[in-house]
Design a binder for this molecule. Structure first.
Ligand code: PHE
Length: 330
């Protein structure tokens, strides 16, 4: 019997142990076979024989059970080690939120003008001819409509091509003095390195009684604003044309990349165009019943600002939803 107990004790796997159980206590096991011998044992010896046999049986059973617990524990530990997942292998740490550069730039600009007491106005993205063109001194068939490739809907509504219609909506619904900005999405049929069919503008409009608002006010506000956004840059006003302003200007800053020496970004000119502006045209005032008032307006492209501030080369990359781009702006 001792040798069986030893074997059980030395069993190195649950399989070996199970085999030993079968060999001892199984149907054809050695202990089971001993019980079969009972019949042939003389009755006076039977009691001692049976006692001895039961003792053996319980010793073997206990030995097997004890060993089983040990082996099961070992097997479990082994499995736990083998199946272990290296939770540090993939970096699943939440990366933390980041503002999209366009949203970030938009917020910065809105904030700047809110601090100057400009109200934030909104208008619909689906506009009509009157607000997007007509009231802005762009009558039907006017050649200047070609400046903006418009998405038209079947019902003669259109996707607004600029935020300027918010000027019209604000003047039609409010009294002077007006000091507002209108940030929002605009749409044009254009797609290349510097154009996407959807982009963002921020419009500004300041209107007050006759002769109160001049080009000088506009110039001062814009120079201050551009210094706030781009730091110590030169600012120049270049005569230009917009149907809704007269006089009109396009505003350039000295190139933020080459400091005015000339580089690829500024096409060797040393200047970057950043916005359009002007004194509100009298025809616009007429269209909204504001005859005789004075005001200025300007409009800027938010993407353009974001690209210059963050040195982004391709406008389209702002809309490809590549998280690696966002990751750079935490
Ligand atoms: N609406 C013009 C554009 O989209 C920009 C602009 C706004 C110019 C206001 C002058 C005054 O190009």
């Amino acid at each position: 019997m001792k040798e069986w107990l030893e074997k059980i004790n030395n069993a190195n796997s649950l399989e070996v142990l199970e085999n030993l159980r079968v060999e001892t206590l199984g149907k054809k096991g050695v202990i089971t076979a001993e019980f079969a011998k009972m019949k042939s044992i003389p009755s006076e010896e039977k009691k001692a024989f049976a006692e001895n046999l039961n003792k053996m049986k319980s010793e073997v059973t206990t030995a097997i059970e004890d060993k089983k617990v040990v082996l099961e524990k070992e097997a479990l530990e082994k499995k736990l080690i083998e199946d272990k997942i290296d939770v540090t292998r993939f970096n699943n740490t939440p990366s933390g939120a980041a503002f999209h550069p366009v949203a970030f730039t938009m917020d910065r600009i809105i904030n700047y003008f809110q601090n100057l007491n400009f109200a934030v106005e909104e208008g619909p993205l689906v506009e009509d001819d009157f607000h997007n063109f007509e009231a802005l001194n762009l009558p039907k068939y006017h050649p200047a409509r070609d400046m903006q490739d418009t998405f038209y809907n079947k019902d003669y509504t259109l996707l607004r091509t600029h935020t300027s219609p918010v000027q019209i909506r604000t003047m039609l619904s409010q009294k002077t003095p007006i000091r507002m900005i209108a940030p929002g999405t605009v749409f044009r049929r254009d797609y290349d390195l510097t154009h996407t069919p959807m982009f963002h503008q921020i419009e500004a409009l300041v209107v007050d009684e006759a002769d109160k608002i001049s080009f000088a006010n506009l110039k001062h506000v814009l120079v201050e604003f551009l210094h706030h956004m781009f730091g110590d840059v030169d600012v120049r006003f270049r005569p230009s044309f917009f149907p809704f302003t007269e006089p009109s200007a396009e505003v350039d800053i000295s190139c933020v990349f080459c400091k005015g020496d000339g580089c690829r970004v500024c096409s060797q000119t040393g200047w970057l165009e950043v916005l359009g502006c002007g004194v509100v045209d009298e025809n616009v005032f007429k269209a909204v019943g504001y005859e005789g008032k004075s005001g200025y307006a300007f409009g800027l492209g938010v993407e353009r600002f974001a690209m210059l501030i963050h040195n982004i080369g391709d406008l389209r990359s702002l809309f490809e939803s590549d998280l690696r781009l966002l990751g750079q702006f935490k």
